[in-house]
Design a protein around this ligand. Structure first.
Ligand SMILES: [Zn+2]
Ligand SMILES: [Zn+2]
Length: 429
């Protein structure tokens, strides 16, 4: 039990165990929200280590890589993009929860009781199940969540392909917990529930035997990511698969799963990956006649149109043949390697920004965020081989030199400092 008033450290053992929800109540119970460690922020090295491990296992056992560079870059770009708002604002999932707790709580469960801890574990997982189910059944929520399903591969990087705006609806499903569970206990489980879902995005684990009955596993979640008809709207679980078994949405892995959206988006551009369905809803909304129909376009299922049942018709879901060819970048291998190097440098810069967010001036923070967005967009343009990709990348390099020259960023290879300074001076002459 911790009540020191400052954010607690996370040991290596705790960091690793947090990825699998193997935590004990007495080491993860905190009196105040301020003491709750940021387990998710500290997990980046573990994400990378597990991705490398998956690569090695897949190579040794199957003789193939678990994913493709262009797709992995698009997934990681979505992951970075989805985290950027947290550099400026406290997450809405916490802000709304604290507001309800402070103004409307009915009673106060003890923060240091293991019973509260286990109840919150179940409560957050139950809230996640309903959020996730609605994220598939309500079109406007699907506009956010579809990002996570847009990869046609299935590997650990897919877990990080997250929506930048689904948190604006997910908080609703956790808010009943704020009537009786302290925010510090909720904040711990919200993070563990998210982290648990990382390792299940893999094809290198087949079946976990009897654990498949209770836990959400790689096999169950592969079904969730499938676009085969038998996979649609199944296995919404976060940590426990029991919710799907109880509410009739469970489906076991059967025929070979073909991953991705039923209508693939065929792009690696981060903004299209995030917002294309929102644009589609906007256009469909105006093209659909009648007030109630327009309302239904937003709140019924993504497959709905006038005259159809709420969730659309399953026979309209394109049948898979097993011969689907995943969209891949037309860029050369050399260009892909260039993109990976630029992405890795950006990632180091992103980590540095998170580590120093408390001391960086607001203007530096905003410029850094803008540069990260510019980098992700440029990499997306390069991967899609858009006509303006070369111009955008040149602009990005110039912006880097200007930001470096004005002291808003530092190069990660110190010996390059002199080169940058000389170039900036050369440009300004
Ligand atoms: Zn989903
Ligand atoms: Zn997933």
């Amino acid at each position: 039990m911790k009540n020191s008033g400052v954010q607690q450290d996370v040991s290596i053992s705790q960091g690793v165990r947090a990825m699998f929800y193997l935590m004990k109540p007495n080491e993860t119970s905190f009196q105040t929200l301020e003491e709750v460690p940021n387990y998710v922020e500290k997990a980046t090295p573990l994400f990378i280590s597990l991705m490398i491990l998956e690569l090695i296992i897949s190579w040794l056992h199957k003789g193939k890589l678990p994913g493709r560079l262009d797709d992995v870059l698009a997934s990681l770009s979505a992951g970075v993009l989805s985290q950027l708002p947290s550099l400026l604002f406290r997450s809405i999932e916490l802000t709304s929860y604290v507001y309800i707790w402070e103004n409307y709580r009915l009673f106060n469960l003890p923060w240091d009781s293991p019973w509260t801890w286990y109840l919150t574990f179940l409560g957050v997982d139950f809230g996640y199940y309903w959020f996730h189910r609605m994220a598939h059944e309500v079109n406007i929520m699907w506009a956010g969540h579809q990002t996570h399903h847009s990869s046609e591969d299935y590997n650990l990087s897919t877990a990080l392909r997250q929506s930048a705006f689904q948190v604006y609806t997910s908080w609703i499903f956790y808010s009943p917990l704020a009537l009786f569970i302290p925010p510090s206990v909720y904040a711990v489980h919200l993070q563990f529930n998210l982290l648990y879902q990382f390792w299940i995005h893999t094809e290198v684990i087949n079946s976990l035997g009897p654990l498949e009955l209770i836990l959400n596993t790689p096999s169950h979640h592969r079904v969730h990511h499938g676009r085969n008809r038998y996979c649609i709207d199944k296995n919404y679980a976060g940590t426990l698969i029991i919710w799907d078994r109880i509410f009739g949405t469970f489906e076991a892995e059967n025929e070979k799963v073909i991953y991705g959206l039923t209508h693939p988006i065929n792009t690696f551009e981060p903004f299209k990956v995030q917002f294309h369905h929102l644009l589609y809803i906007w256009n469909t909304f105006w093209a659909t006649p009648g007030f109630f129909n327009k309302f239904s376009v937003i709140f019924k299922g993504p497959g709905w149109s006038p005259g159809k049942p709420r969730l659309g018709l399953s026979e309209e879901i394109p049948e898979v043949t097993g011969k689907e060819v995943a969209f891949s970048s037309p860029a050369s291998q050399l260009l892909k390697i260039y993109a990976v190097v630029q992405f890795a440098l950006m990632l180091a810069f992103y980590e540095d920004t998170f580590a120093n967010k408390a001391v960086l001036p607001q203007v530096s923070l905003i410029l850094r965020i803008s540069f990260i967005i510019l980098t992700l967009t440029s990499i997306g343009f390069l991967m899609d081989q858009r006509p303006k990709a070369a111009i955008l990348e040149t602009v990005r390099c110039l912006v880097f030199l200007i930001l470096h020259g004005s002291g808003h960023m530092k190069p990660f290879i110190p010996s390059l400092s002199l080169v940058f300074e000389t170039t900036v001076k050369g440009l300004s002459l």
